[in-house]
Design a protein around this ligand. Structure first.
Ligand code: FUB
Ligand code: ZN
Length: 662
């Protein structure tokens, strides 16, 4: 029996200085900066995400595309087919920001944008600027690549956020009209398209819309798209053949890779992470969400199998996913090359949301562990500390020369560009960062879970009466989390506190009494009986040398350092060039540092050694093996998410462990 959630989106006020900094960056830097980009203002350099002359990098043109579709301007569409979604994600970012702090000017900006969307939308609800402007005869006819439903999915998410932030249903009306159009064209009945979009997203957005409105038709439509996927693996190819027959398109027909689209078999039969990484996690999030609402154990079971395969065999230590640039995809189990990886920011965000969805379904701290891993590492490494430069892919090993001169590494950027031809990641970050409080707690019917140690306050309700849970968190050599619960109702409140896997020797003190509480699936439970309760959790924050499963070839003989939720890395700035010649030989100590650029953070200093290239190597590329010469060297590690902010140089997460230098 799957237990229902009490509140889909808990009301959480964040007061954590670490996250408030990001919230401020989003409001003051990211939103205005991204608005300029979408309007083609401000001389922003757009880079191509990899070496490929066909990638559009002249301008964003997003707003202009909508103006042309609205008939306010003349011209052609510019950019990727899914360029519209950049604007929808920007609106969601604005809405999530407005929800935290009133901002009349930003509301006015969004309202203006909504007016443009109203003007651009066709009378029948259709909205996709590329097809409206340049290919109306191909509407819904090239679903393998069109992203028409993907974009509407992002429109729906933006509309929900805007309604929640302002109470205005104006954007929701546009989304609803678009959904009506989709319902008129898709389905099982005669004459309708019986298939799904090449890029999953609408499925999860419809689940969210169901949660927000209670209207079952959205859940049914989501389920339809999940169920139809992969039933006929030839669906996308058949659409192209039909277009050919009808003379609707010219040129060679693209070859469809159904695994890339996760359309090679029905979704409930998919049990491993294959194909495009973002698409998979978006799909699986929808499977978990729809499964929960429909009490469909099979669907949830399939989502869980996918999740387990990802986190047990296909995920980088930073929470990044996607092992190859080709198809931005997963490859095979344990294939996790550190220098060729993909680790797209959107994919890490997708894994965060997928894990959160499973946590809502099943109380188990393993989901929160992964949420934390993605958030504190692969997700926030996706942006520079100025909020105006971004990574599309988040590497675990970088050599600027390799990125510049090895075409296979052209996607591995050594510094964060301002913008990309394909700009899915920057606005995805902008919408996620202000929403971070929503991941800290989960409110179920019979329990409240405290998942992430983020200073915050949850305002909940139990039996119609309000309660609050406040958490405040102090970290130095040890960690301390102080939790204060206040409630009006006389009913008991069951609070589950996640004890993170990195917190050693946890001690729980409840109302001044050291307590050994009941624990289950990684949560320690406290039952709040009285009107208020004070809970204190203290623990040691160990620095751990982490090794990877022996089948991960790329990490054999290496370790990565982790302190609390943070994964660490070496940078050239602190350790010199040729990081691969370094090895960890001794103890590791934390160093609390205030860096001009990085701010206050904990660096790690470790005893290590450097392999020196003695004279015996002169002029030779190979020689008979002999013991390498090394000299002692102190190594400095910084939190991974901060890398690439100070200077251009090498970076490496995994480092040789001393016994490999023999
Ligand atoms: O296709 C839309 C988005 O662009 C994908 O999710 C990303 O991987 C990028 O290809
Ligand atoms: Zn992206």
């Amino acid at each position: 029996m799957i237990k229902p959630l009490l509140q889909q989106h808990p009301r959480v006020t964040v007061s954590d200085s670490f996250w408030l900094k990001y919230r401020q960056l989003v409001r003051e830097e990211m939103i205005p900066f991204q608005w300029d980009v979408l309007n083609d203002r401000g001389n922003i350099v757009i880079e191509s995400e990899r070496e490929d002359a066909t990638i559009p990098t002249e301008k964003s043109h997003v707003i202009e595309n909508f103006r042309i579709a609205a008939g306010q301007k003349e011209g052609h569409h510019y950019g990727w087919l899914f360029q519209d979604s950049d604007l929808y994600k920007w609106i969601e970012a604005a809405a999530n920001t407005i929800a935290l702090e009133k901002d009349e000017a930003l509301v006015a900006q969004v309202e203006e944008t909504i007016e443009l969307l109203e003007a651009a939308q066709d009378d029948d609800g259709y909205l996709s600027t590329y097809y409206q402007i340049d290919a109306p005869h191909l509407k819904f006819r090239r679903l393998f690549e069109s992203h028409e439903l993907y974009c509407i999915g992002h429109l729906i998410e933006a509309a929900i956020a805007y309604k929640e932030a302002t109470g205005s249903g104006r954007l929701l009306q546009i989304a609803d009209k678009a959904i009506d159009c989709i319902e008129a064209h898709f389905g099982k009945s005669e004459g309708k398209i019986d298939g799904s979009d090449g890029h999953q997203e609408i499925e999860l957005a419809l689940v969210r819309l169901y949660e927000s409105t209670g209207n079952r038709k959205y859940l049914d439509l989501s389920s339809y798209f999940l169920e139809v996927r992969g039933q006929n693996p030839h669906f996308f190819a058949e659409q192209l053949e039909e277009n050919d027959r009808l003379g609707l398109q010219q040129g060679p027909k693209p070859v469809i890779n159904t695994v890339y689209h996760q359309a090679h078999k029905p979704v409930i039969e998919q049990d491993s992470a294959r194909g495009h990484a973002v698409r998979l996690v978006y799909m699986a999030q929808a499977m978990a969400g729809a499964g929960r609402h429909k009490q469909d154990e099979k669907l949830i079971g399939a989502a869980k199998k996918i999740w387990e395969n990802i986190v047990q065999k296909c995920m980088y230590i930073t929470g990044g996913i996607g092992s190859t640039v080709r198809g931005e995809a997963f490859t095979y189990d344990y294939d996790l090359p550190n220098d060729l990886m993909y680790c797209e920011t959107c994919a890490a965000i997708g894994l965060l949301n997928f894990s959160n969805e499973l946590l809502k379904t099943e109380t188990d701290s393993q989901y929160a562990d992964i949420m934390e891993r993605t958030l504190y590492n692969s997700i926030i490494s996706g942006m520079a500390l100025d909020g105006k430069h971004f990574f599309y892919v988040n590497p675990l090993e970088v050599d600027p020369q390799a990125s510049a001169e090895n075409p296979d590494k052209s996607h591995v950027k050594a510094t964060r560009p301002s913008w990309f031809g394909c700009a899915c990641c920057p606005p995805n970050l902008a919408r996620t960062l202000p929403a971070v409080g929503g991941y800290a707690f989960t409110q179920k019917e019979d329990e409240v879970l405290l998942n992430l140690f983020i200073d915050s306050e949850l305002a909940g309700e139990q039996a119609g009466e309000p309660y609050t849970i406040r958490q405040k968190h102090t970290v130095s050599e040890t960690g301390q989390t102080v939790i204060a619960v206040e409630k009006a109702s006389s009913e008991q409140l069951r609070l589950g506190i996640r004890i993170p896997y990195w917190a050693e020797n946890p001690v729980l003190v409840v109302d001044g009494q050291e307590t050994v509480a009941e624990s289950s699936n990684g949560y320690t439970y406290v039952t709040v009986i009285s009107e208020s309760m004070a809970i204190e959790l203290t623990y040691t924050i160990a620095i751990n040398e982490i090794e990877a499963h022996p089948l991960v070839k790329a990490d054999k003989g290496k370790v990565a350092l982790q302190r609390g939720p943070f994964i660490y890395c070496l940078e050239e700035q602190d350790n010199g060039k040729q990081l691969h010649l370094l090895a960890l030989t001794g103890s590791v100590r934390p160093r609390f540092r205030s860096d001009k650029l990085l701010g206050d953070s904990v660096f790690l200093e470790a005893e290590g050694e450097l392999q020196v290239m003695e004279d015996g190597w002169q002029g030779k590329l190979y020689r008979v093996h002999q013991k390498p010469q090394t000299i002692p060297k102190m190594l400095t590690f910084i939190p991974y998410y901060n890398w690439g902010n100070r200077s251009l140089g090498e970076m490496q997460v995994w480092v040789d462990k001393e016994d490999t230098h023999v």
